[in-house]
Write a protein that binds this ligand. Structure first.
Ligand code: CP
Length: 326
């Protein structure tokens, strides 16, 4: 077990080594058990977390805030639009100043081509850990919760399990690419064979794809790309199908919407789930466009683990905070 995570940032999934991720999971299960037993665990008494949001959130905000309270500390919600951030506070000022008030700075900034840079600029100026609550490139805390959920449902040894990371149609907005990026970076380290599926216009970033393939080679995991949702689902152990914007093709919302609308049949429904293994699980980080991205029959059906997955955000994030912010 690697134990010296104090003071560390978590911005990209690979910022923590595989062994460090295993430490996070170990602590997460311990904290989950303690919460189930009603056992207090004030590991961060008197500590504070700044949560700076440039974009809306339900799960991330709630789970970080609840998690800090359960650890005996306090989380402050800071909305970019209602603070002087909107009037010019720079990343350096945020890192310097919030770093002096708080024991950790968590940020959600998903603007394409900017969010990840912003988090790194804050981290350079901050004396306390910077935690990524989702940027344009990565969503590492979501993926820690996903990994925890996969292990709970499929066993701690995930080697040779087939994980399908598939694009799905959504009509609400062009969603960030951070979840598929983070999945393909983190999961090969745990031996999952990745099948990545998307329509041609929805490719992921080349540098991240190359890094993911390198991780797969290093850990002896499979990695294939297909452009057919049915083909991808065949014999899957884990189906993780969600929408993302065609940001490598266009950043224009209207053009992007037109491209999305070409692929309305990329929906997770019962017919497609039947192509996967009989005991396959369905995962989604939420929010999902119900009956557009995934049918309610699947979302609320026997394969779905989306609520356990959402719960694990709390436990995984508490583990990261407890390990980095003391
Ligand atoms: N999965 C996730 O990050 O949810 P929120 O956008 O509600 O935080």
């Amino acid at each position: 077990m690697i134990t010296n995570l104090r003071g560390r940032d978590l911005i990209c999934d690979l910022d923590f080594s595989k062994e460090e991720v295993e430490t996070v999971l170990d602590v997460a299960w311990d904290l989950k058990r303690k919460r189930a037993l009603g056992e207090p665990h004030p590991l961060l008494r008197d500590k504070t977390l700044a949560m700076l949001f440039f974009f809306s959130s339900t799960r991330t905000r709630s789970s970080f805030e609840a998690g800090m309270a359960q650890l005996g500390g306090h989380a402050a919600f800071i909305d970019s639009r209602t603070t002087q951030v909107a009037h010019g506070d720079t990343a350096k000022e945020i890192g310097e100043i919030l770093g002096r008030y708080f024991d950790g700075i968590a940020i959600r900034q998903v603007d394409w081509g900017y969010g990840n840079k912003y988090l790194n600029w804050v981290a350079e100026a901050s004396r306390v850990p910077v935690l990524n609550m989702q940027c344009d490139l990565y969503h590492p805390h979501q993926i820690l919760a996903d990994l925890m959920t996969m292990m709970e449902k499929k066993g701690r040894d995930l080697r040779r399990k087939k994980l399908v990371v598939s694009w799905a149609y959504a009509s609400s907005y062009l969603k960030p690419m951070s979840v598929p990026h983070s999945l393909i970076l983190q999961m090969p380290r745990f031996g999952l064979d990745i099948t990545l599926a998307y329509p041609p216009e929805f490719k992921l970033r080349d540098d991240i794809l190359e890094e993911a393939k390198a991780q797969a080679r290093k850990y002896g995991a499979g990695f294939e790309i297909v452009h057919d949702m049915d083909e991808a689902f065949k014999d899957a152990d884990i189906v993780y199908a969600k929408s993302w914007g065609p940001l490598m093709t266009t950043t224009d919302p209207e053009e992007g919407k037109k491209l999305q609308d070409k692929y309305k049949d990329w929906i997770t429904d019962e017919r497609r789930m039947a192509l996967a293994k009989p005991d396959a699980i369905y995962m989604h980080p939420l929010p999902a466009d119900r009956d557009v991205e995934v049918t309610s029959a699947v979302m609320d059906g026997p394969h779905s683990v989306v609520f356990d997955e959402a719960e694990n955000r709390l436990h995984a994030q508490k583990a990261v905070m407890a390990l980095t912010m003391w």
